[in-house]
Design a protein. Structure first.
Length: 275
């Protein structure tokens, strides 16, 4: 694939995602002030010194936006990686094993999906200790049900192909079939789904933080910043709109890249390494 073959919309998405990750990685070097440093008056408007103005406690919004990228991206990415690992392993195992294992896994997954995700997360997070590990695991487990549904569907399509049957006749085990036969031929739709799940995790984390059960103060994250400054909208203060715009922009960038990946890999192809 040549770089000039990548459409402009995909480039916009790639640049936006890279910018967010650069902010997350180099936050202490980029941010003009500290994450929790009070530098001025409450809700001070933007000027040459404070590019986006100050928040409800007099902290620099730009600095907290940059530090918030680190927290938001880390939690969302960690939850997505865990959910994908769990969902793919279970769904591929069910697709290869079939029978009782497939039935048990699938019915349990259907049961989990029948519970409203946000309500389930709020109940669990309200009971368990509020820390990053618990937050990531709750998000990952809930999201893995969606990954399982897609993973099982694409794995069943590949599991009936001739090269998989040939591997079974050679006496290859389930682990070999899953990681050497099925996974390479389902990577394309799974990578696209990974992008969508990552975008969903960002939005879900922001929702939990807005409701007070996500990232806890004084740590900065974009959903929490919206929550902290929402009252300013009544008085015409735009402090809550900046992190809200960042959430929307990152979600759009991820979707632009996912759309491009889906257009490049719009169909599954049989045979080893063809996907």
């Amino acid at each position: 694939m040549r770089m000039r073959d990548i459409p402009i919309t995909a480039w916009v998405g790639i640049i936006g995602i890279l910018l967010a990750f650069i902010c997350a990685i180099f936050a202490p070097l980029i941010a003009p002030f500290g994450e929790t440093e009070v530098v001025g008056n409450v809700w001070q408007p933007a000027d040459t010194q404070y590019f986006f103005g100050l928040d409800n406690l007099g902290r620099d919004i730009l600095s907290r936006l940059i530090y918030g990228a680190r927290t938001t991206l880390f939690v969302a990415l960690a939850a997505t990686i865990i959910s994908f690992s769990l969902g793919i392993i279970l769904s591929f195992t069910a697709a290869v094993s079939r029978g009782l294992i497939d039935t048990v896994f699938s019915r349990f997954n259907d049961l989990m999906m029948s519970i409203p995700t946000l309500i389930f997360a709020l109940v669990v997070l309200a009971v368990l200790p509020q820390n990053l590990v618990v937050l990531i695991l709750v998000m990952a487990i809930l999201d893995s049900t969606r990954v399982y549904r897609l993973g099982r569907a694409v794995a069943l399509d590949v599991a009936v192909m001739e090269f998989v049957e040939a591997a079974k006749l050679r006496g290859e085990g389930k682990v070999w079939i899953i990681f050497r036969e099925i996974l390479p031929n389902t990577l394309s739709p799974l990578l696209a789904e990974f992008g969508l799940r990552f975008a969903f995790s960002i939005l879900f984390l922001s929702t939990l933080s807005f409701l007070g059960l996500g990232i806890q103060p004084p740590s900065a994250d974009w959903g929490g910043m919206v929550k902290d400054n929402k009252d300013g909208i009544i008085f015409g203060i735009s402090a809550a709109l900046v992190p809200g715009a960042a959430i929307a922009a990152l979600a759009v960038c991820v979707n632009l890249v996912v759309d491009w990946l889906l257009k490049r890999t719009s169909s599954l192809k049989g045979g080893r390494g063809d996907a």
